[in-house]
Design a protein around this ligand. Structure first.
Ligand code: FAD
Length: 386
């Protein structure tokens, strides 16, 4: 008989793995454990809900109970694993000791907040990284009962998507970041500037090129102090300063962990036999892509491995589609620093090609009308994990 399987995490990785597994094995005993509500939802939709004024329940496609029923698993919600003991093969949950056979860690990534949040404003400062966070921010907007002044700190993918979504929902958005243009890790500067122009045209305030100094209480508002000089007054602050893989459990259990996640091989195996890792928490053969297509490929491969057919995961040249309707953006960031970026196009319809010394395409970025070239360019680019 195959060992019972325990999956920690019910994000797209954890539930995706269970779904794949059930297509191969209807019988195996599976327990899913999650610190959150366990609702099945597509995380990418979190940054599209405010424009459409979607209440949180519209984002959840199934409750944890329905997941348990439909996929034949035990689902334990609001249950945080405190420690993993690989020697005794026990999970520690408070005083409880839960045995595991095979274990998959799909614990995702958590917001990294690089500044202190004073108590006086903490109830009005948010990050949105899961459905519970969306519930909390949605409730804060509802309580306000009028269009909010929202300061978003961070101009990466998450910050830009929420900025676009909240402006489209009628809120007044300020975007604060130290970089001189939005999406600095995905776009070369001229394309980032084009997105910034589209944002400004839609009424957004861009406070770029200056770091956040601090947040403070300011007569009922939140004062967002930038480089000691200017102050933005906001009702709510959304912190989008990056995500860090949740590696605490794995590190404490003695698994190999690097700066970008739990180190796994192409079979998603960690350094401890019988423990695998998948999704945002896992760095697969040196690559942690932190988006949906790679984790889906991982879930598929791992389901085969766990049902007796060891299967390596491979990633194609899968570009990231940024959900900024004000100016569509698609990017395949190069895995290594390019020799040059070659940029073509006019106005906000721009194509940037990352090339190596031999003028080979190693990545690209597209804005506006040029996004339609994504398939053709992805075919010419190298895979993320070949
Ligand atoms: P998570 O969804 O973070 O799930 C982690 C799970 O682990 C949770 O259930 C949590 O409760 C549980 N957990 C953690 N620690 C413990 C513990 N100690 N005990 C028990 N349970 C624990 N990607 C795209 O490809 N396209 C997009 O358009 C896109 N848009 C995005 C928009 C936003 C706003 C965000 C935040 C991300 C977006 N992404 C997008 C990225 C994508 O959503 C993630 O890569 C993916 O959802 C990660 O899934 P995951 O299951 O690995 O992690």
């Amino acid at each position: 008989m195959t060992a019972p399987l325990t999956i920690v995490g019910t994000g797209m990785a954890g539930i995706g793995l269970l779904r794949q597994l059930r297509s191969l094995d209807a019988e195996r005993s599976v327990t899913l454990i999650t610190a959150d509500s366990g609702d099945d939802y597509a995380k990418p939709l979190l940054s599209t809900g405010f424009a459409k004024r979607l209440p949180p329940e519209r984002l959840a496609t199934r409750s944890a109970l329905e997941v348990a029923d439909q996929l034949g698993a035990v689902v334990r919600t609001r249950t945080r694993i405190d420690t993993i003991d690989p020697a005794t093969r026990l999970l520690h949950i408070g005083e409880e000791r839960l045995p595991f056979g095979e274990l998959v860690l799909a614990t995702g990534a958590a917001p990294a907040v690089p500044f202190a949040i004073p108590d006086a404003v903490a109830a009005r400062v948010f990050s949105i990284n899961d459905l519970d966070d969306y519930r909390a921010f949605h409730a804060a907007l509802e309580t306000l009962g009028r269009p909010a002044r929202v300061a978003i700190v961070g101009a990466g993918l998450v910050g830009c998507e929420f900025a676009n979504d909240l402006v489209a929902g009628g809120h007044a958005v300020s975007l604060v970041a130290p970089e001189s243009a939005p999406l600095p890790r995905l776009l070369p500067e001229p394309l980032g500037r084009a997105l910034g122009e589209a944002f400004a045209e839609a009424g957004m305030t861009l406070a770029l090129g200056h770091g956040l100094e601090r947040l403070e209480e300011a007569g009922g508002d939140i004062g967002v102090i930038i480089d000691g000089a200017s102050v933005i007054e906001a009702d709510l602050v959304l912190v989008a300063t990056g995500l860090r893989p949740r590696v605490g459990l794995a590190r404490a259990a003695g698994l190999d962990v690097g700066p970008t996640g739990i180190q796994v091989d192409r079979y998603l195996a960690t350094s401890v036999p019988g423990i695998h890792a998948l999704g945002d928490v896992a760095c697969v053969d040196g690559v942690n892509a932190m988006y949906v297509q790679p984790l889906q490929a991982g879930a598929k491969a791992l389901a085969h491995t766990l049902t007796g057919t060891p299967t390596e995961v491979r990633y194609g040249a899968w570009p990231v589609l940024v959900k900024t309707a004000l100016l569509p953006v698609v990017a395949l960031p190069p895995l290594r620093t390019p020799a040059r970026w070659r940029i073509e196009g006019e106005g906000r319809d721009l194509a940037a090609y990352a090339e190596d010394q031999d003028e080979r395409l190693i990545g690209f970025a597209l804005t506006g009308g040029c996004v339609r070239r994504k398939v053709e360019l992805a075919r010419a680019a190298p895979p993320l994990l070949g």
